[in-house]
Write a protein that binds this ligand. Structure first.
Ligand SMILES: [Fe+2]
Length: 252
């Protein structure tokens, strides 16, 4: 696919200029967008599973709903506001926002892929009804998004991410059900998280959801997972659990 990346980038910048970039929440999502687009490109290139330009575009538009979400609700927590993936796809594909990006040359198939990738990017599991091509873009975008979540988690103080005091974080146990997710090498459902440290373990379990070996390789090389594993705890059981995870996390 031929894509005018400069035009897309300029349109994205024009769109986000309508939001307050001095707000760290907005700034975070702008940076995240560019990083995810770059990661989509890398994964698409390395795997050959998708068109590199279309994969990059999926990254550029995947979180477009975040800006309206934070303007309307002041939060990124979907559970207490709105599903940001649905909001973004609706704004683009139902409310005309896509016109801003001048993607007139895109085929209906490519537009369908873009829409399904955005709609599915933050779901626990992707829609089973998608075709193989659509699934490939979903997997690339979801991998790229997760890889950057590790960075965001390290660059933002844990107290802010999880909304807890340092004392509560350091004293926190890890729930057995959450440990089981790690043992079973699977993602942690939101409803299982009870303690602050559960959230840290849940973020680490995202490693197991990475679809492509190259994604795991990129995540590992970035070093953010190791930093999350260096979690400081005053709870003896939690300490032992983190050392267990350090030994096992990269095993396949
Ligand atoms: Fe997102």
């Amino acid at each position: 696919m031929i894509l005018n990346r400069n035009a897309v980038t300029a349109a994205f910048e024009r769109y986000v200029s309508g939001y307050n970039a001095a707000d760290p929440k907005i700034k975070l999502k702008i940076d995240h967008t560019f990083r995810v687009a770059g990661l989509c490109e890398r994964i698409a290139k390395a795997t050959g599973a998708a068109d590199v330009e279309l994969a990059w575009l999926c990254g550029m538009l995947h979180d477009i709903g975040r800006f309206e979400q934070v303007r309307r609700y002041g939060t990124f927590v979907d559970a207490v506001s709105i599903d940001h993936a649905t909001l973004g796809a609706d704004l683009l594909f139902r409310e005309g926002l896509l016109d801003l990006f001048a993607l007139d040359d895109m085929t209906p198939e490519a537009l369908g892929i873009l829409e399904s990738a955005i709609r599915n990017h933050s779901m626990y599991r992707i829609d089973e009804g998608l075709n193989e091509r659509e699934k490939a873009y979903c997997h690339i975008l979801r991998d790229a998004d997760k890889i950057d979540i590790f960075r965001v988690n390290c660059d933002t103080p844990m107290e802010d991410i999880y909304n807890v005091t340092t004392e509560a974080l350091r004293a926190s146990p890890v729930s057995e059900t959450v440990k089981d997710c790690f043992r079973n090498r699977t993602a942690v459902l939101r409803s299982l998280k009870q303690h602050p440290a559960d959230y840290v373990v849940a973020h680490l379990c995202l490693v197991f959801e990475l679809m492509y070996p190259v994604s795991r390789e990129i995540a590992r090389k970035q070093g953010y997972v190791e930093r999350m594993l260096a979690f400081q705890s005053d709870n003896a059981d939690t300490k032992a659990w983190f050392s267990h995870m350090r030994e096992r996390i990269w095993e396949i």
